[in-house]
Design a protein. Structure first.
Length: 81
């Protein structure tokens, strides 16, 4: 039950994305001088997109490690019985 709660919380937090500005100072300086705000928003979206993948990969690896430990623990309990 605890794992389901953690998983549900993670999914909800990933779905509910808040508006974030994640530009480096150089990108911000260049894009603020531009009149086109669409380009600045596209750069922000690209930065957020690139930032998300390492977190997804880390959570995926941690999930598989957790599952393998749970499987190993279950097998050990079956052998002890």
């Amino acid at each position: 039950m605890k794992m389901k709660t953690i998983g549900l919380t993670l999914i909800i937090s990933l779905v509910m994305v808040l508006d974030a500005t994640a530009q480096c100072s150089m990108c911000r300086a260049v894009l603020e001088t531009e009149a086109d705000q669409g380009q600045a928003e596209a750069i922000n979206d690209g930065i957020i997109y690139l930032m998300a993948f390492p977190y997804i990969l880390v959570f995926g690896v941690l999930y598989f490690v957790y599952k393998s430990f749970q499987k190993k623990k279950t097998q050990q309990n079956n052998i002890d019985e």
